[in-house]
Design a protein around this ligand. Structure first.
Ligand code: BV8
Ligand code: ZN
Length: 231
């Protein structure tokens, strides 16, 4: 049985009503990336950054997984430990769709931590009516558990191993514009994987893609998963 490794981006959640970053009307259209998604931006205006992430947290709670998320759940049910899913998304929709082998490499809207004592918190347990939630243990400000620009993504060592071992690497709903995630397809290809992309537009790192399925995730992915399961 082949080992499948999946990388998803904002495009898989677009049809759940969650804004992507770089499409028209996207998140970065109304916000300066460096202001809301960097440690410097948080240092300068933690209230603005907390408002940005609280809004997105509430939007993620109101959103539902779509048929593309459920297609990946179906694939994991079939492949079990021959399936791993890396997501750049922070909206939690893969776990809500039932996927278990999920690596949230850029963190999660549901979590926060204390920059001083590293205590971690669930946003659902915090009083979000205040501008900047504070740590119950040491009193310092909490920050969203999000990997910002200039910060090192989570689980890179585990991801590296998975990239070397997979037979098929599927990149779904991502522009391939942010590293190191955008470079994963190169590593997978280098180690002999067959690379597949499912995306509305042609991704930036197309040169390393063997098979491109251009279109909406909900239209392309369920049929693609059924084809894999029929093999
Ligand atoms: C790091 C959390 C050091 C925040 C995010 C110069 C050159 C190269 C690199 C750099 C450089 N200068 C700086 C860097 C590094 C930088 C980087 O890559 N910058 C870019 C802008 C050049 N990277 C970093 O800083 C990273 N850290 O490098 O640390 C290090 C690293 C390793 C080891 C040691 C040291 C940290 C980056 C993490 C930033 N955080 N997210 C939040 O969510 O608020 S990034 C964010 O944008 C996403 O998480 C994702 O990673 C990235 C791209 O977003 P996408 O998910 O792809 O979404 P996008 O809108 O771009 O595209 C959507 C796609 O979906 C489109 O293609 C569209 O066609 C498609 N689509 C839309 N609808 C549909 C659809 N497809 C199908 N169906 C649909 N319905
Ligand atoms: Zn603390």
């Amino acid at each position: 049985m082949k080992k499948y490794l999946i990388l998803t981006g904002a495009g898989i959640s677009a049809e759940s009503g969650i804004k992507t970053f770089r499409d028209s009307g996207g998140l970065w259209e109304n916000h300066d990336v460096q202001q809301v998604a960097s440690p410097q931006g948080f240092q300068e205006d933690p209230k603005l950054v907390w408002q940005f992430y609280k809004d997105r947290f509430n939007q993620s709670l109101a959103a539902e997984p779509n048929t593309a998320h459920y297609a990946l759940k179906k694939l994991e049910d079939h492949l079990q430990d021959h399936f791993h899913l890396i997501t750049q998304n922070v909206d939690g929709l893969h776990s809500r769709a039932g996927n278990e082998r999920v690596i949230e490499m850029h963190g999660s809207l549901s979590n926060a931590f204390c920059s001083s004592c590293r205590a971690s918190y669930r946003l659902a347990d915090l009083d979000l009516s205040c501008d900047i939630p504070s740590c119950e243990k040491c009193g310092n400000s909490l920050r969203p558990d999000i990997v910002w620009f200039g910060e090192i993504p989570y689980s890179l060592y585990e991801i590296e191993q998975l990239l070397k071992e997979c037979d098929v690497f599927m990149v779904i709903g991502t522009s391939g514009s942010v590293y190191p995630a955008a470079g994963f397809v190169m590593t997978a290809k280098l180690f002999g994987a067959h690379t597949v992309a499912v995306n509305l537009d042609r991704p930036d790192n197309l040169g390393f893609i063997d098979e491109l399925h251009q279109g909406k995730c909900t239209q392309m992915l369920p049929a693609l998963v059924d084809k894999i399961l029929s093999k």
